[in-house]
Design a protein around this ligand. Structure first.
Ligand SMILES: [Zn+2]
Length: 470
């Protein structure tokens, strides 16, 4: 009998063929990092999705093969804290430059912060404007945080329905007037709504009072001195903010995530909150884990961020908290501005814009540190891929090399070194505190959903990144 297109047998044959279909791309090396092992393996990819992790030799002549030799093949980094600033402050940074810098650094997904862009992502309209601005400018996948500001609770559900991954708020002035900070009263309105929506609140955890008191005492201090700046953002400000958020988490049931944590004094509070079973997570950033206040030269305002890089002893406690699991993840907090706003000429720490630009260098900065401290590739992928993917609710498709996950892959050389010089920097302004440093870990190529977006200093012609709103 001749089989028609719709005959049951033909249908079954097709179905069988699809499930057994061959990959269209295989990437392999002697060091593939999966959740279970590190070793020789081949990553089988079809239509941008990993279909299997096979034996190293499990390749066929018909399938395109990328043999990465003994380079590391790892899930691309998920950077859950990036200020892209477009639209509105695109002269600070934009989707094109930020996502190309990310691709060059082995980042395959970034989550954009709701502020410094104008409008901020605090209303549905603002989000739509940002999505329109990002179209066809992204070399990697991009997701978005919304913002909690006073009185925008009615916007939270529409923003979530439109695809934001959660919400960020400030407890102290954010640095830009269009994104006002919240107080406890505002949070007692917003957090029950977030709990109901099962969303997460990201908190810039510094409260104003200790900062205001410090400013009073520092009136006659030299603003070019890093110690003056350090004293102007005391640990107490972070400690009190963390205590407040733990209490509000307990009272409202809303999930809380502390962004760019710096004060080691608050770590015991966080540890006991976790032990209590409260839904609180914590991130820190490469700069808090790398630099020390004692070593920052006077006038070097490119080191300024809030909260500040603190003392060496503080840094060591942050490392211990990472190892201990009190800090869950490491993200860049890439927050650039125009060079003029950094006030390099006057070196005035108190007046300069606070924010460190380093999105492209998170992987080598952290790898250089991790190796020196006895950590390895497992910690690197856990802290910089899996945990941030989970925070952003992307962990069903991002953050690990496993069947069913997006083929977001970085191929890199852990033994190779390079020097940070302005010529290699892909983000818009070349001012970064890492300039001149020798770092270990050279990215060879970056794949997003199976598409090669970066290789050895060259980018794909087309912006293949998706805007992750589902
Ligand atoms: Zn930030």
């Amino acid at each position: 009998m001749k089989q028609g297109f719709n005959s049951p047998m033909r249908y079954q044959t097709n179905k069988f063929r699809i499930s057994m279909d061959k990959p269209d791309l295989i990437i392999r090396s002697r060091r593939v990092v999966t959740p279970e092992t590190i070793g020789a393996a081949s990553v089988h990819i079809r239509d941008g999705v990993i279909t299997a992790i096979g034996e190293w030799g499990e390749v066929s002549a018909e399938t395109t093969l990328v043999d990465a030799g003994d380079a590391v093949i790892m899930p691309g980094l998920v950077d859950a804290h990036v200020h892209v600033n477009e639209p509105g402050r695109t002269e600070w940074e934009g989707f094109r430059t930020a996502t190309r810098a990310a691709a060059a650094g082995g980042v395959t997904t970034l989550v954009d912060m709701p502020l410094n862009s104008i409008p901020p992502t605090t209303t549905l309209e603002g989000f739509k404007t940002k999505l329109a601005a990002a179209q066809e400018k992204c070399w990697i996948d991009v997701a978005f945080w919304g913002g909690v500001v006073p009185n925008n609770t009615p916007e939270l559900k529409p923003l979530l329905d439109a695809g934001v991954r959660g919400f960020k708020c400030f407890l102290v002035h954010s640095g830009v007037d269009e994104f006002p900070n919240v107080n406890e009263t505002n949070l007692l309105e917003a957090m029950p709504e977030l709990a109901k929506l099962d969303s997460v609140l990201l908190v810039h955890a510094e409260v104003p009072e200790p900062i205001e008191n410090a400013a009073e005492q520092l009136k006659d201090s030299n603003p070019q001195n890093y110690q003056t700046f350090l004293k102007s953002r005391p640990r107490a400000s972070e400690n009190e903010a963390v205590a407040l958020m733990i209490r509000l988490c307990r009272e409202t049931g809303a999930r809380v995530h502390i962004v760019h944590h710096s004060s080691a004094d608050a770590l015991p509070l966080l540890k006991s909150a976790r032990a209590e079973g409260l839904p609180i997570t914590v991130e820190t950033c490469p700069h808090y884990l790398t630099f020390a206040a004692e070593e920052i030269p006077d006038g070097a305002t490119h080191f300024k961020c809030c909260p500040p890089v603190r003392e060496r002893e503080n840094r060591e406690q942050l490392w211990a908290a990472l190892a201990d699991g009190v800090i869950d993840m490491v993200v860049s907090d890439h927050s650039p501005c125009t060079p003029a706003l950094k006030l390099a000429e006057t070196g005035n720490f108190l007046e300069a814009w606070g924010g460190i630009a380093a999105l492209q260098f998170s992987l080598p900065v952290m790898w250089t540190q991790l190796q020196a401290r006895g950590f390895g590739l497992c910690e690197l992928t856990r802290w910089m891929s899996a945990a941030p993917a989970k925070l952003a609710g992307l962990d069903i498709r991002k953050g690990r090399l496993a069947s069913g996950f997006d083929a977001d892959i970085v191929i890199w050389h852990p033994e190779k070194e390079f020097k940070v010089v302005p010529e290699i920097i892909q983000f818009r302004h070349k001012l970064t505190p890492y300039t001149g440093m020798n770092l270990r870990g050279v990215v060879e190529a970056t794949y997003v959903r199976g598409i090669k977006v970066y290789e050895n200093g060259q980018f794909a012609d087309k912006a293949a990144g998706a805007l992750l709103t589902k």
